[in-house]
Design a binder for this molecule. Structure first.
Ligand SMILES: CC(=O)N[C@H]1[C@@H](O[C@@H]2[C@H](O)[C@H](OP(=O)(O)O)[C@@H](O)[C@H](O)[C@H]2O)O[C@H](CO)[C@@H](O)[C@@H]1O
Ligand SMILES: O=c1ccn([C@@H]2O[C@H](COP(=O)(O)OP(=O)(O)O)[C@@H](O)[C@H]2O)c(=O)[nH]1
Length: 405
């Protein structure tokens, strides 16, 4: 099967941890590679953000990343990319006129627009994964949401036009239904975790003796709740907090979010127990995760959240806010502890309860590793995704006609 993945701002080749490079990049890369292992021929189309990038770059056997000329060939905030999506769609349409893929899979709303505009006139079925929904973002961020004003209406259009919406968690299904989606056009397929890379056994990053370690791994944006963990640290007197994510280590002093976290640590009198690492390479993450006693993932909202799965796969218990995908992945009292979002007092209590009980920590960690292995390996996720693609490709004419009516 020939699969075209569209990921306009999130390239599988990007360095992770910065403001717009996170789970979507991981998802598109890992899903594409796993689909190729199942025999698919995958092209990932992403915007050219550097003039020196070759047009096509092999990512793995059966997967090529193709850079699309749409807007200036330099890095741009994703919220400024909408005006360039027509050019993106024109490129795709021209590429597919002679050699159509069997199925197109859009990732993030702007890719959905380009994918549908290019594929619909050619009768190619389109699956879509939102990764984040504008309506949820607006609810949580209000005036601080920098998305284009018409994002929510345009997302409603994608919900109406796409042949299938691939939601990543059950909470998203409710949001999609409220946006007008038909239930039978939604399939839930979660994000996955690389089970060969994130394992309970293996090297452990060095850590100072005698200090329990709490770890956060996140793009450093306020809504990830890392600030709430810094505040919580005052209620966990003996522990150190290590924070991975943000700009590369050499550029930490230029980041406003790093400055905010440092100030917060100062206010709470915990600055000497907080280490900000900046972005950490994927190769180094498993050892860092394994060095933690507890991984704290406490976003204010989270469409899916791959980090908790990575921690679970490494056998580390997770303190997670009970939001979005974390409700499905982290089982309260079994693989971690749920807390309400934006509640440092509850984070501190949950962390303390785990640090005080090594036997429980070990049991939760083991259960997490088991759950990750049984449910969230990318091969399993790719098989479920391929089932969707096959249904779309088989029912191609019928599905396309029905949506266009
Ligand atoms: C916070 C969030 O939405 N995380 C999701 C999502 O990740 C990123 C998200 O889509 C960002 O957009 P926004 O600023 O509108 O929230 C993008 O900039 C990033 O590129 C995405 O990585 O997708 C992940 C994978 O499905 C999901 O795990 C995470 O919860
Ligand atoms: O310094 C960092 C920070 C994050 N990540 C990875 O970026 C992804 C973040 O995905 P998640 O779904 O948790 O959140 P998002 O950033 O998409 O909101 C995870 O695979 C992290 O391991 C990373 O490799 N290095």
């Amino acid at each position: 099967m020939r699969v075209a993945m569209i990921s306009e701002h999130a390239s599988p080749l990007a360095v992770l941890g910065e403001e717009d490079a996170g789970g979507q990049n991981v998802h598109v890369a890992a899903l594409s590679i796993a689909l190729a292992r199942l025999g698919c021929d995958v092209t990932v189309y992403t915007r050219r953000d550097d003039a020196l990038l070759p047009r096509r770059v092999p990512l793995a056997a059966g997967v090529v990343v193709e850079h699309v000329d749409a807007g200036p060939a330099r890095a741009m905030p994703k919220d400024d990319l909408l005006p360039h999506m027509d050019a993106f769609a024109e490129y795709l349409h021209a590429a597919w006129r002679d050699e159509p893929p069997d199925v197109v899979h859009g990732h993030f709303w702007m890719s959905g627009l380009a994918a549908l505009d290019a594929a619909q006139p050619l009768g190619i079925p389109v699956a879509h994964t939102f990764h984040a929904l504008g309506i949820v973002k607006r609810r949580h961020q209000g005036a601080r949401d920098t998305s284009p004003a018409d994002r929510i209406d345009l997302e409603r259009g994608i919900v109406r036009r796409a042949h299938r919406i691939v939601a990543t968690c059950s909470d998203e299904v409710f949001e999609l239904l409220r946006l007008g989606a038909q239930r039978r056009r939604i399939t839930v397929v979660p994000c996955g975790v690389d089970l060969a890379h994130f394992t309970p056994d293996g090297s452990v990053a060095p850590r100072p003796p005698g200090r329990p370690r709490v770890l956060c791994v996140a793009r450093l944006v306020e809504r990830k709740g890392v600030g709430n963990v810094v505040s919580a640290l005052a209620g966990v007197p003996e522990a150190e907090l290590v924070i991975a994510g943000g700009p590369p280590p050499a550029a930490l002093d230029d980041s406003a979010e790093i400055a905010r976290l440092r100030a917060l640590a100062g206010e709470h009198g915990v600055a000497d127990r907080v280490s900000l690492l900046g972005s950490v390479e994927r190769a180094d993450l498993p050892a860092l995760l394994r060095s933690a006693d507890v991984v704290a993932c406490v976003p204010w909202y989270e469409p899916f959240g791959i980090v908790p799965l990575e921690a679970m796969a490494c056998g580390i218990p997770v303190v997670a806010s009970a939001v979005g995908g974390l409700i499905d992945t982290v089982v309260d009292g079994v693989t971690g502890v749920h807390v309400p979002p934006r509640r440092p007092d509850r984070i501190a209590a949950a962390v303390r309860s785990l640090l005080d009980d090594p036997v429980r920590r070990q049991a939760l960690g083991r259960a997490g590793a088991r759950r990750a292995r049984r449910r969230y390996g990318w091969d399993r996720i790719a098989r479920a995704t391929l089932t969707v693609y096959r249904e779309l490709a088989l029912g191609r004419a019928a599905a396309v006609e029905e949506v266009q009516r």
